[in-house]
Design a protein around this ligand. Structure first.
Ligand SMILES: *[C@@H]1O[C@H](CO)[C@@H](O)[C@H](O)[C@H]1NC(C)=O
Ligand SMILES: [Zn+2]
Length: 381
């Protein structure tokens, strides 16, 4: 056994020496590709719009946003809870705003993290609020990312959360966990009156008319929870970030009931511009395919306050899986649902010999793979 192990190591290092130049060359080439495709992305110019977005944006199978129709959704009537901690309903005495050239983004501090936490039935764990931002249109009938029966809304708000299993939004986005992020989407429709909950943000926008790297502190009270609609009927599905690099790490919650926005509030959004002075508008990605995906419409959603630390939790335990065990949860309402399907073979351990063999096979395949890449490298120049 020991001598065999040594032999494997020698083979491996020889193979490594052979493949290293390929790796370096391939990396250089990959960088050129990336530059050619452009780190610069946009919504409305042909050379950088959503059709040109690369990587998972092109190859992904669980992309967002989507169009909700009668046909592609499964309606469910069982009672579902959405829970927010107390901090959600506290008015924040200040917040930070940024115009990043693609959207207006609000954070509650310099750091993209906060004490606002939410969970709920079928979320599997709790989520920390990170930032909120908007997508809006040039006309009343477009601007939202998600659409309903093919129809858009004038704007859509995204409340971005990341799983408490991770230390940061960045870490959560970098994982392949398809529920690493939880984003709540809220539609806006034009109303004759101002939306008071939105007014602090509207005032903040006037301070970041032009794109800037910096966050601007705004000392106006903001109540994040007041931005939610009263009727919490919602669509729920697994999807992605709607901007490059379109990572498929989001469990989406989109509320059916739109909240109001007045024309003058809408104008404030449309008045913001990027560094070149081009106005930011129609900053939405078109709907993506829902083939082979389950989209649920939940029409019995109740809002609850999350128990604080030390407080007695009298409510029944949260169901932690929805998509995989939805039917089972209905059939045996009392039974606790687990989430086996979501943990792809993480505890099936191969034997040691298998490990050595597969490491060697891995190296051989890697070198073949790299040589194939090399032939494509010529296209690279
Ligand atoms: C924030 O909004 C929520 C929901 O509308 C409300 O229940 C709560 O009282 C508000 N908080 C403050 C401080 O006004
Ligand atoms: Zn968004």
């Amino acid at each position: 056994m020991p001598s065999q192990g040594k032999g494997n190591r020698l083979d491996a290092s020889a193979m490594m020496r052979l493949t290293l130049p390929y790796i370096v060359f391939t990396l250089i080439c990959a960088k050129n590709f990336a530059n050619a495709a452009g780190d610069h992305w946009c919504y409305t110019q042909e050379e950088c719009d959503a059709h040109t977005w690369s990587g998972e944006c092109q190859t992904g199978k669980q992309q967002s946003p989507i169009d909700f129709t009668q046909k592609n959704t499964i309606q469910r009537n069982d009672a579902v809870r959405l829970r927010f901690n107390r901090k959600y309903s506290d008015a924040q005495d200040h917040f930070m705003v940024k115009n990043n050239g693609h959207t207006i983004q609000i954070q509650l501090g310099n750091d993209i993290t906060s004490d606002l936490v939410m969970d709920g039935d079928y979320f599997k764990g709790s989520y920390r609020f990170s930032q909120l931002h908007f997508h809006w249109g040039s006309h009343e009938d477009k601007g939202s990312e998600h659409t309903v029966n093919g129809n858009g809304y004038v704007a859509e708000l995204h409340l971005v959360h990341y799983s408490n299993d991770y230390k940061s939004l960045k870490e959560a986005v970098g994982t392949k966990n398809r529920r690493g992020l939880a984003v709540l989407g809220i539609f806006f429709e034009i109303s004759n009156e101002d939306n008071h909950a939105l007014q602090p943000i509207v005032e903040a926008i006037s301070r970041v008319k032009r794109q800037e790297d910096d966050l601007v502190r705004v000392d106006i009270p903001l109540n994040v929870s007041a931005l939610l609609p009263n009727d919490l009927s919602l669509w729920r599905y697994y999807g992605s970030l709607t901007t490059p690099s379109c990572n498929e790490v989001v469990v989406w919650t989109v509320f059916k009931k739109a909240v109001p926005i007045s024309r003058s509030q809408w104008e404030a959004f449309k008045a913001s511009a990027d560094t070149k002075g081009k106005s930011i508008v129609d900053n939405y990605r078109p709907p993506q395919s829902t083939i082979n995906r389950k989209v649920y419409f939940l029409n019995n959603v109740n809002r609850e306050r999350m128990p604080e630390a030390g407080e007695d939790d009298r409510s029944p335990p949260l169901a932690d899986s929805f998509y995989e065990n939805a039917q089972r949860a209905v059939n045996s309402k009392a039974g606790s649902s687990d989430d086996k399907n979501n943990q792809h073979g993480s505890n099936s351990g191969p034997g040691r010999a298998e490990v050595v063999n597969s490491a060697l096979t891995g190296f051989i395949f890697l070198s073949i793979f790299l040589q194939v890449l090399i032939t494509t490298v010529f296209k690279c120049r």
